[in-house]
Design a binder for this molecule. Sequence first.
Ligand SMILES: [Zn+2]
Ligand SMILES: [Zn+2]
Length: 412
Amino acid sequence: MITIPKGTKDVLPKDSYKWHRVYDIIAVLRDQYHLKEIMTPTFEHTELFERGVGDGSDIVRKEMYTFLDKGNRSLTLKPEGTAGVARSFIENNLDNDILPIKMYYVTPCFRYERPQAGRLREHHQFGVEIYGSDSVLADVEAISIAYQFYVRMGIQPTVELNTLGCEHCRANYIDALKKYYAQHLDAMCPDCQDRFKKNPLRILDCKVPSCKEITKNAPVVRDYVCEDCKTKFDTILKLLDTMHIPYKINDRLVRGIDYYTNLVFEFIDEDKKLGQNALGAGGRYNNLIAELGGKSVPVVGFGIGIERILLYLENKGIALPEDITVDYFVVSVIDDMQYTLQTVQKLRNQGYNVDFDLLSRSLKAQFKYANKIGSKYVIVIGQDEYESGVLTVKNMENHEEKKMTLEEIVRK
Ligand SMILES: [Zn+2]
Ligand SMILES: [Zn+2]
């Protein structure tokens, strides 16, 4: 038997309604928030992620699915959604289009991780990217879109946020961090010793207990940011109050990707019983487009892992509404297949959800099947019905039977 590759997952027919719920909510948000979908390829040139995500990040250093194609080009299955959108924005000169623009995507992402609960080698992300505004209004708009997504899924998260400062004040903070960690370097994990050289900010994120202990007393970024960055951050907090979005400042939040500047945020469940992990995350990346060779365009965005959200709902016992069921199941025991098909077709053309027997089974077997799939009504076409044109309609819930012509059923 050929089995599924490690770290991947099938979505079986009995579970796919959960995904439909996710897509339905995204479609509503698309209309209500005026989002435009962008679709980019599943693989890109490896260099895009090295430059866009950052070659010091864990993703690029350890987790990418990189391969040479038959033309000897190094390609990578996208590990996240942002870099591809940025590449497309630059390549297609979208900065000449109407700005700001709010784009969204739903995309598979690939990371070579040790498979464990909630971490897959292929997962799917819903992401939003707002291009062309450096205003805190765009920051709050991004956070509200994500927040509304959760609320409509039945989740009440808290947003944790932090500022990393702008390109000017951030340097002061990194200096302070370096000074602090230099005294503790020997006691830190090998990864952090490496981070110390490449990007000391990332040490704040380390989950190794000894590093966490040292980080407890590390300098706090808000003591180092400039007046402008501080005002911006405070305004965001005020606007979140206005929007009734629960938040918490988290001084240690930096996010594991190189491109963030100023605002970073994560959505978490306050009762941490269920998970250590964020339900989604994002931030502002004003330098990304310029770093990838485009003009300087401010961007704020977020990504939400869909599998993680569904797992969270399952653990929490939150059920999602199932797909719409069948209105009419046509039970037919006559030989005239044309008559049966025409009946089914007329009902479908009137907008009903209709199914019928594909195996020419007995009346009893067809009823059993209709019951199993949860059809609301059954229409019976036996020899009498066929000859008279008056069909038997059975309500599967209260078992009431009525005699009606097809025209009467359709007019109902
Ligand atoms: Zn600043
Ligand atoms: Zn460490």
